[in-house]
Design a protein around this ligand. Structure first.
Ligand code: 1HN
Length: 325
């Protein structure tokens, strides 16, 4: 409440009632600062692949992908986020398909980025471009691109989906549309702007490792649009990260949020007062402004895939990074 006033509390309450009736609000009429500090909903969290894997395999006993249910996915659920997503800004889901299964064609306003995790014979068709997905391949599905998936192999396959769903939802621009048929025709081979094969990305990462390491990330290489050189999307950037044996990065804080998948190797990531000891297949999330540092004290290199909302924060002039040793 205002400090200096000639009016009584009752008069103020009556005034506030008249404001409400007129469709107005006086924020100073309630106690507390005008802009209260708000802790992030996203909590630092580590998911172990050995806990996820049996539950992922079991999911096929409950659901077959079909029109309506659309996708057999398990989402990473951050306990702090009411929408049950990995972070306040991003969705991370693992999608599982048995041999011969098809996830029907549809499109939606959020962008999806797929990073292939396991198996042979998986494909995604994006606006008529059929992309075979081998482990480590990245396929970009921009918002409103038609897409369907399938498994033409003899064994189950799975990949991870990163979506900017939460950002689009916050902006109240979620749209969804089923394609008239279960699958769209494959018309042409994939463009270099949506299909990033593992062999190329990994070779580029090893080449980057020949340069001086980054003190905060050791070796970090961003996936960029080949024509423009910009991040994959205005909302999300993806990177491959190599932590060389014996490397220990400097602690720092960023205003952005990062989700990670361990591709190979072992290491540790300290996020504020927690230390995650990760192994191949594990996932973890670093909330905004959390102090974090990575280490690989083993004898083998460690490779991480990470997706971050950095480009959006940069567009909004909100991106900051500061050392926190
Ligand atoms: C979705 O539509 C896909 O199209 C994947 O493959 C994951 C997670 C939440 C909501 C929609 C897909 C999703 C999703």
């Amino acid at each position: 409440m205002a400090v200096q006033t000639t009016r009584t509390v009752e008069e103020l309450e009556a005034y506030c009632a008249r404001l409400r009736a007129a469709g107005l609000d006086a924020p100073w009429s309630r106690p507390g600062p005008l802009i209260p500090p708000k802790p992030t909903a996203t909590q630092a969290r580590h998911w172990r692949w050995r806990d996820i894997e049996p539950l992922l395999f079991e999911s096929s006993e409950y659901l077959s992908p079909h029109r309506g249910a659309e996708r057999r996915v398990l989402r990473l659920h951050n306990p702090g986020v009411p929408e049950r997503t990995v972070a306040h800004s991003l969705v991370l889901a693992i999608q599982y398909l048995l041999p011969g299964e098809v996830a029907p064609a549809h499109r939606h306003s959020p962008t999806a980025i797929r990073f292939m995790l396991h198996g042979e014979g998986a494909f995604t068709t994006v606006d008529g471009q059929k992309c075979a997905m081998k482990p480590g391949d990245l396929v970009l599905t921009p918002g409103m691109a038609w897409h369907d998936h399938g498994n033409e192999g003899g064994k189950p396959v799975y990949w991870m989906d990163i979506l900017d769903w939460q950002i689009v939802r916050f902006l109240e621009n979620l749209t969804f549309e089923p394609y008239p048929d279960e699958q769209q025709p494959a018309l042409r081979s994939p463009g270099r702007d949506i299909y990033f094969p593992w062999t190329d990305a990994y070779a580029a990462l090893l080449k980057r490792a020949e340069q001086a390491p980054d003190p905060f990330d050791d070796v970090l290489l961003e996936y960029v649009d080949p024509a423009s050189g910009s991040s994959l999307r205005p909302t999300v950037a993806c990177y491959l990260q190599l932590l060389r044996p014996g490397s220990r990065t400097r602690a720092h804080r960023e205003t952005s949020t990062a989700v990670y998948r361990v591709v190979r190797g072992r290491g540790t990531t300290t996020v504020d007062d927690q230390t995650f000891e990760w192994e191949p297949g594990d996932f973890f999330v670093i909330p905004p402004r959390a102090r974090h540092a990575h280490a690989n004290l083993g004898t083998e290199p460690a490779v991480l895939f990470t997706a971050q909302d950095v480009p959006l924060l940069k567009l909004l002039r909100l991106y900051r990074m500061e050392p926190a040793d």
